[in-house]
Design a protein around this ligand. Sequence first.
Ligand SMILES: [Ca+2]
Ligand SMILES: [Ca+2]
Ligand SMILES: [Ca+2]
Ligand SMILES: [Ca+2]
Length: 444
Amino acid sequence: MNKKLSYLACLSALVLVTGCKTGVESPKGEYSISLADDFSSEVEPPPEPPKASYQEQNVDQTTHNLTVTGDAFTQVIGSFDDALATLEAGWTASGAFDNPASSDSWAFLPDNQKENESEPTAFVGLHGVSTCEINQNAEGCDAPTGSLLSPFFTVNADRPYLKLLLSGGNAEGSNDVGIRVLDESGNEITRLNPANCSAAWNKSDDNWQAINLSSHIGQYVQVEIFDNESEGCGFIAFDHLHMSGFESLASDYAEENPDQSVLNLTLADDSFTQVIGSFDSANAMLAAGWTATGVFAEPASDAAWAFVSDNNKDVDAAIVGLHAASTCEINENANGCDGPTGSLTSPFFIVNAARPILNILLSGGTGDNNVGMKILAADGSEIANHNPGTCSDAYIKADRNWVSHDLSDYIGQTVRVQLFDNEEAGCGFVAFDHLHMSSVTLAQ
Ligand SMILES: [Ca+2]
Ligand SMILES: [Ca+2]
Ligand SMILES: [Ca+2]
Ligand SMILES: [Ca+2]
């Protein structure tokens, strides 16, 4: 007997066997079915608890009256394009969401009005959801109640923001409808109540919401979307639940007012127009959106990443602004030259047609892939990886340390840069300064 028929057998046994429904509908997928002997041979064995991070596959990427970020289809948790497939893939439903009659039972009817100029609907893929219109509005707008619970998924450091389109609920923002994020033990991490009753469906980019889960990176979480209100404003509309590196749609980072002093280097006229990393103040860069791991994290001072040779710069060091960085001298050389490891990742920035060349001062390493710089696309894929292989330059010394990468193929797109040191042995250091976009190639 196949799975669906087994399930139907279980449902038909509901009147005879108590415990069947609560077992099947256990929100964590932990089946505890207790059946009479006649049925026991017809039930599938219980599924394993989640071991892998859930994400939806082959999501329809069409957008309607919306824009999305570059990684909007990298880790989709809920497209809600097919109610039957969503439940089959591991989401669990209660109330109005349960037992959908068709793949579009959750969809809001204005899907069919997406060209309507007075009431445009905004959704991704085939459908969005609204409990105001669920099951073809069979119960009216407010009456339907119920919930949808996702499978567990991992919060990835590259995509710490849970994003979705969300509207509905009453104007006071009560907890009648909304979304909750739960940890692996079922504890609520956070919740969001949309509180905009006037929007019975999503209408524009204004309905994008972001929940910051950066304090749960590497952990399993799940989300529950709920409508517990059967009266006024008791509806919720949502679509395209996904994880993203972008908190908002507009993301074009540049450092403000970088120090323009220059020592032993040649720069271009536009070398201070779009500075992504001055590395002049560790604390200011982390506050502005750079993320750090290992020795770069929790800097003791603004100069914690700088090489000690700052104090020796009359000799042969080259610096833009106040400091350059080197893992050989980081944290005042507390762990020696090679021992420190860690990474620094920039915020997203847009490749501008006027400045398609990425320039950075970069030295260190043996040329293997243990230290260097990666340029990453919005979806997390790697555009380039530079490994300088200048072991003798433990700090930036001259124009020979310029590295340039032409991003003309990515104009208008968002990218970010990661500097990394994964090497604790010989030549295991990387030095860098003044990451910026320019019209000019500075590499020699
Ligand atoms: Ca959708
Ligand atoms: Ca309702
Ligand atoms: Ca600098
Ligand atoms: Ca190292």
